[in-house]
Design a protein around this ligand. Structure first.
Ligand code: NDP
Length: 335
């Protein structure tokens, strides 16, 4: 089975109609040099894939029509013509949404350490962990005693951002879309406070949770959720613009109160766009720290795992409804 992109999404939310589900025959007998035959085990579905399903200019290349969707995944090697990967190894890389594939691993392909849970390679020690680490280290630079606010704080990236903030000694406030998620951020992840942006008193509650203002804002959401953050920015605050998920599926431009520049001006603050791949040269240091924190139990990774190849698309679509806590992953097979 495979999942192809049938139609680009020009605006609005993607639907199952954007994809083709088909059966295909794979000739497993022919492996060229460096190729491996793999079966998909765990698939990461991520909001940024929405950008690749469009022809709009962006930082990641658009998918090609009638070709398989690709995302970071863990796959098991069934046959190998590659010295780096042996039969039975588990490999993390960008893999096509196909039950089985013949691929040449990318330069970023990594063999999984069997002592670490497979799903962690798609969360704390994967792209998500790197996004949180590089964004905070390179732009946010949280210091001890400062206030760090993170939107989508119970999600894959946000949950790691907040925990790294705690490791750095900051006061961490998470914003999320339900009271259960607020409870999760505070009670399970150790954030100092959480605020539900769907509460009728959201603005007041956020201000109350940040009595000393906001020094670092890790932006994952944009729109109204962030509009409440700008008046709280402190002198020389840093905003890491990692994502604006509230904007990805809009059918009309979001024109709200245009106050952001005034707040940035008044506070001499920095606001910087952030794309994780621009910082991949620092991955060895990031993986070293993240692995150590993970081993010491300072970094917890939470997953929402759905099972079955047929769940890949619904799981991806449901990211925009906030059904996940932690990293959304689809388990395609059990080994
Ligand atoms: P998450 O696990 O955080 O999942 C997305 C979450 O966003 C949902 O659980 C939901 O939580 C929240 N959300 C969805 N729609 C809305 C909305 N309309 N308004 C407010 N909140 C919403 O995903 P990721 O950690 O993978 O991604 C988080 C952000 O980081 C995204 O914006 C993504 O594009 C960005 N990103 C950027 C990268 C980069 O290099 N710049 C790399 C990776 C991710 P809730 O219930 O709280 O609403």
């Amino acid at each position: 089975k495979q999942i192809l992109l049938k139609e680009y999404v020009s605006y609005g939310a993607p639907t199952t109609n954007n994809f083709t589900f088909s059966d295909f025959e794979l000739d497993e007998s022919k492996l060229e040099e460096n190729q491996i035959l793999v079966s998909l085990v765990l698939v990461s579905v991520d909001p940024y894939l929405r950008g690749r399903m469009s022809l709009a200019k962006s930082y990641a290349e658009s998918y090609k029509l009638n070709e398989p969707m690709i995302s970071f995944s863990v796959a098991k090697v069934l046959k190998s013509n590659n010295a780096k990967f042996a039969v039975g190894d588990y490999v993390v890389d960008g893999f096509p949404w196909q039950e089985k594939s013949i691929v040449t691993p990318s330069p970023f392909a990594n063999k999984v350490d069997p002592k670490i849970p497979l799903e962690t390679y798609l969360s704390a020690l994967g792209l998500t962990g790197l996004t949180a680490y590089h964004g905070l280290n390179e732009i946010g630079k949280p210091k001890e005693g400062e206030t760090l606010v993170v939107s989508a704080g119970s999600g894959a990236t946000g949950s790691i951002v907040g925990q790294i903030g705690k490791i750095k000694g900051s006061r961490v406030v998470g914003i999320a879309g339900s009271d259960e998620k607020v409870k999760f951020m505070v009670e399970e992840l150790g954030f100092d406070a959480g605020v539900n942006y769907k509460s009728p008193n959201y603005k007041e509650e956020l201000a109350a949770a940040c009595p000393k203002g906001v020094d670092v804002y890790f932006e994952n959401v944009g729109g109204d959720v962030s509009e409440a953050v700008w008046p709280l920015l402190n002198f020389k605050s840093r905003t890491v613009v990692c994502g604006v998920i509230s904007q990805y599926n809009r059918t009309t431009p979001d024109i709200g109160p245009r106050t952001i520049e005034l707040y940035i001006l008044k506070t001499s603050s920095l606001m910087q766009g952030f794309i994780v791949s621009n910082y991949f040269s620092n991955n060895p240091a990031a993986i070293k720290d993240l692995s150590q924190w993970f081993a010491e139990g300072k970094l917890k990774d939470k997953h929402t795992i759905n099972s079955g190849f047929d769940q890949i698309v619904p799981s991806f679509l449901s990211l925009f409804e906030g059904t996940n806590t932690g990293k959304m992953i689809v388990r395609v097979s059990n080994n």
